[in-house]
Design a protein around this ligand. Structure first.
Ligand SMILES: Cc1ncc(COP(=O)(O)O)c(C=O)c1O
Length: 427
């Protein structure tokens, strides 16, 4: 048994988790206790550059002083009323966030997976009430290799055996198409009139930072309208600035195409629902008024799509100030600029280590590259820890970058130096 007074305190905490924790995850062997901006410190005082930002959930940097002071103030005033009553923060937040997000209605939940579950429930209900699909036959189309969370329904349509094995019976009502294939999607509508929605991540994150072709994303709105279905984007990982736009799908919607391809960039790809989470600090769904024009309203009181903690006052204050900081500090624009710099540095690494690094890619700060194998990737993540940089893989052999939105070019250079040293050791 390692004592708390030991020289390497990490081992003490690692042992505690091993003994008392349910072993459901493979964290890197680092025990963190403090964060400030883009850096974190472990229990032995070692400093790390944080390239993951809690899967991009703390985009404004660790312990932003303005956030801390407002959260503290709200915690001292009132924390949770439940949704059984109204409170003086929820409405203000809903107004602010819907306007900023460009949607009409908002429902706060606790986790990203709950946001996705809510999207599924809303679409099915819309399907029965509005589209009049056959009773209990509503179907939702999803892409192979998706990741939308870990609840029972959501893993039911995962294509990753590790996520779904032994958790059956699985929830029915989902149809898979190959990643990004328009013709496959259109074919499904010919086969089944009970399809109510298409659910997709604008960039597949956990699946390995897989980017869709513009052509696919840009046509989704038209396809959804032609077939009278709900278009759901899961922007839990890609949303709120990290790709250099508020939402990743906006890369495919308005203005000039940012993808260096020959697509037409005039089409609009706005979805009916966005599932959001992580960096909004509060999860949930933002939806269009499409759900309001149903007789009785899909969002009606008896919908029972809610939760005790969803909409807590502290969360509402946290999200509002977080979004205000994004606006005030121009973090989306900054992410677009520093994202170009990061991508260039990743291409430099690719040129320097052609046998190890390939397929450097990304939008804004949402970047990745591939290694030859999952073993190499895992070795690199551990070597980077020694060099003072924290990050994580995605998919089978990719390294993902999700830096804080306020990361500077100097920070990125620091991180790249860590990479250079770690890659030298790996080669
Ligand atoms: C695209 C996507 N959707 C949903 C989720 C689930 O979010 P949460 O872990 O908050 O349930 C994740 C988490 O990684 C995600 O990447």
């Amino acid at each position: 048994m390692v004592e708390k007074t030991s020289k390497d305190l990490s081992q003490f905490y690692l042992n505690l988790e091993k003994e008392f924790g349910a072993h459901d995850y493979h964290p890197l062997p680092v025990v963190l206790e403090k964060g400030e901006g883009v850096f974190m410190w472990d229990v032995n005082g070692k400093k790390y550059y944080d390239f993951l930002s809690a899967y991009s959930a703390v985009n404004q940097g660790h312990c932003h002083p303005e956030l801390v002071s407002l959260i503290k103030n709200q915690a001292e005033t009132l924390t949770l009323t439940s949704r059984a009553f109204h409170n003086n923060k929820l409405g203000e937040y809903m107004e602010f966030a819907t306007k900023l997000f460009g949607f009409d209605k908002l429902l706060p939940m606790n986790t990203g997976a709950e946001g996705v579950e809510t999207s599924i429930k809303l679409s099915r209900k819309w399907g029965y009430l509005k589209k009049k699909v056959d009773e209990n036959q509503a179907k939702i189309v999803v892409c192979n290799n998706n990741f939308h969370g870990r609840t029972t329904t959501v893993i039911s349509f995962s294509t990753d055996p590790g996520s779904k094995d032994f958790f059956g019976p699985h929830t029915p009502g989902f149809i898979h198409i190959p990643h990004g294939e328009i013709s496959a999607l259109e074919n499904e509508f010919k086969k089944d009139k009970n399809i109510v929605a298409f659910l997709v991540e604008p960039i597949q994150g956990e699946g390995g930072d897989n980017h869709f072709r513009c052509e696919f994303m840009q046509n989704l709105r038209d396809i959804a309208d032609e077939n009278d279905i709900i278009l759901i984007y899961d922007e839990v990982q890609t949303g709120v600035g990290v790709t250099g736009k508020m939402w990743a799908h906006q890369h495919f919607s308005t203005g000039k195409c940012t993808n260096n391809c020959k697509c037409s960039d005039s089409l609009t790809a706005k979805p009916d629902i966005i599932a959001f989470g992580k960096k909004t600090q509060v999860c949930g769904v933002a939806a269009s008024t499409r759900f309001d024009d149903v007789e009785g309203n899909v969002f009606r009181e008896s919908s029972r799509i809610n939760s005790t903690w969803g909409g807590s006052l502290v969360d509402m204050v946290r999200l509002t100030i977080y979004l205000e900081l994004i606006e005030k500090e121009n973090l989306v624009e900054k992410a677009a600029e520093t994202g170009l710099f990061l991508k260039q540095r990743l291409h430099d690494l690719q040129n320097e280590f052609p046998n190890l690094v390939s397929n450097a890619r990304g939008k804004g700060l949402y970047c990745a590259f591939d290694l030859p194998s999952s073993e190499d990737r895992d070795k690199l993540a551990n070597l980077l820890l020694d060099e003072g940089s924290i990050l994580l893989g995605s998919g089978n052999y990719s390294i993902r970058f999700r830096p804080h939105l306020n990361v500077t070019e100097d920070d990125i250079n620091f991180g790249m130096d860590c990479f250079r040293k770690a890659l030298n050791k790996l080669s």
